[in-house]
Design a protein around this ligand. Sequence first.
Ligand SMILES: [Zn+2]
Length: 351
Amino acid sequence: MILKIRRPDDFHVHLRDGAMLRQVARHTASQFARALVMPNVPPIDTGPQAERLKSEIFQHVSPSSFTPLMAIRLTAKTTPETIQEAKRCGVVAAKVYPQGVTTGSHGGVTIDQLQQMGAVFATMQDVGMVLCWHGEFPGPGWLSAEQRMLPEIRKVVDDFPRLKQVLEHISTREGVEWVRRCPDTVAGTITVHHLFLTLDDLGGRGQFGRGGMLQPHYFYAPIAKEDSDRQTLTEAAIEPSGKFFLGTDSAPHPIDRKFNVDAGCCAAGVFSAPVAMAALATKFEALNALDRLEDFTSAHGARFYGLPLNEGSMVLEKQVWVVPGTVAGMVPFLAGEELGWKVADVEIASR
Ligand SMILES: [Zn+2]
């Protein structure tokens, strides 16, 4: 059995830089026609910095087959002029990282600073730049951080009714329901891992658990939540509203950052790029919703961002395989697990 869909887009990926970029970029480019490159590692705060990273990406992947969509971070130093310059450099989105919530967010903004950013948001609204949110409230209370951030975002939704905004990597039922209640200028990305895992899996107790042993490769931010949250996310991924689309949040770390024995630490992030589409086809089939996969991966996001739909196609084949233990020297998402679908072919030009 074969499934042919329009080439997909990934509206949230971490490609890193230097040696790591060289290792991982092709895994995104081999599956996705376009990807929104997150600006936290390395920090990308201006249009010219985004242009430099884009040229570095093109040292490893061909512009004829892959288009990186660039984003900048909003910091306390961002001005309306920063936004205008970034727009001229082709930047499509700017992202809020509340200070201290994730990798590379030390330079992010505090909740107080957010309230001073009206002129920046107004400029984004005028030039048509999308505002992406790492939607977690800083400080104690990680499991409820997403819920507690939603009222802060809602203020910006109400104050800037034409500004398009995305709640990134939604992890809770409350986050999904909040996006549904917001106007059509608000959408949400959903990762592959939040469709598969719960907090039990991280703790080694769930379907993907390993006898109660903590699973560093299932550690990411926002952290996996309850099964009821995961189920609401699967319902959102297959709903036809157009408000929810794929952002893998593939965030590779070298193995010694995931298992740092000396420091006794584990970095947050999942390297899902190599298996994203195969895992999604497997999940959507289990949901009896294979016919909704193309909208989630290849239509809703492009329409929200005002981009043309991709030409070209991806062929997935129903075939059982086991995800290898390492890819590009790192442990991919679902390593050692069986998937029911595989990417068989990608056609770049026409459908
Ligand atoms: Zn991310």
